[in-house]
Design a binder for this molecule. Sequence first.
Ligand code: AMP
Length: 397
Amino acid sequence: MKVLVINCGSSSLKFQLINSEDESVIAKGLCERIGQEGSRLVYSPYEKDKIIIEEEMPTHKRAVELVINALTDKDTGVVESLKDVSAVGHRIVHGGERFAESVIIDNEVIKAIEECNDLAPLHNPANLIGIHACKELMPDTPMVAVFDTAFHQTMSPKAYLYGLPYEYYDKYKVRRYGFHGTSHSYVSKKTAEILGKNYEDMKTIVCHLGNGASICAVDKGKSVDTSMGLTPLEGLIMGTRAGSIDPAIIEFIANKENKDINEVMNILNKDSGVLGMSGIGSDFRDLMTAMESGNERARLTLQAYCYQVVKYIGAYTAAMSGVDAIVFTAGVGENNGFIRKEVCSYLTYLGIEIDETANEKRGEEVIISTPDSRVKVLVVPTNEELKIAKETVECIK
Ligand code: AMP
């Protein structure tokens, strides 16, 4: 079955056409600068050269139209007609408490996703635009919504409630939701497969370390806790997001710098994290280069970053009364052996021993702990698109 996976942002649209049987990517691409000048589609059919189509995309509908044209074009296309696309899987950031699993999209589901807009004002409206555009252009193709939050709906109230007046939960559903759910679910399941263990018997901690970063405790195949919260701002130090801070800092900075709450929130989301701490950038490759050439702030930033990861691993080991496997994934987790080694250097108390040669590998599935290591440590590249395609197939079956 061929599934079109769509990840729609406010000015971008990423897509992959996936063959769900052999899990291969038939084509993928990205529409950039939708609604702005200079928009373009970067289209990559499998094993062929990248094609750049520079064309105005005033709306997301036009972007989807161009994607369909590229996929069905007689020279560059990969399918004869749209009829060959069996379903569309949409990545939706926030499903609130309503969605604990993926669902077929109908009008009622669209309304329920709209009701979650308040919880993810930057993401959900953009995701919905993608749904409407596809609905108009492919009205007969079934569509499925796959939520970033759904996997974490198994958390118990003790893990998701904040120490706030309960009425805010009652009235506004202020609670921990967690994100990167498709990644945490895919990676934890894959880990059990690689280790030849039963997923339902394992305690796993997944470290999704990308530009956005979160950690998840997965006990018996279920998310029991995760570091992101009501929004993706909570938790680890990230590329540009501050992660967890004393909330009083917001008022303090606002007063000192004469800023309003939106300006301070913007700083916490966009100017903080390793970018703000180092003053160098949010890309870990740049931080590594700076550290290697003796930049002290880069070194300190990387140390602080690892320290937070270590603290969450400790907390989640305690929360699950143990851990069988710790897994690194996403851009930094998959590629940065220094970060992995630094994090694991704190974890000898768990009986963890790292195989330095294995840890040098990047971007591939690998066990980086030694055979004697009490807790297994792995790198498992995430594949959110494949997971969305699989969920989509399951839903429409
Ligand atoms: P993601 O959000 O998962 O795409 O991750 C982005 C982050 O991954 C950036 O900070 C990059 O520095 C880091 N990253 C991606 N590829 C590499 C690589 N080959 N080596 C080191 N870091 C990488």
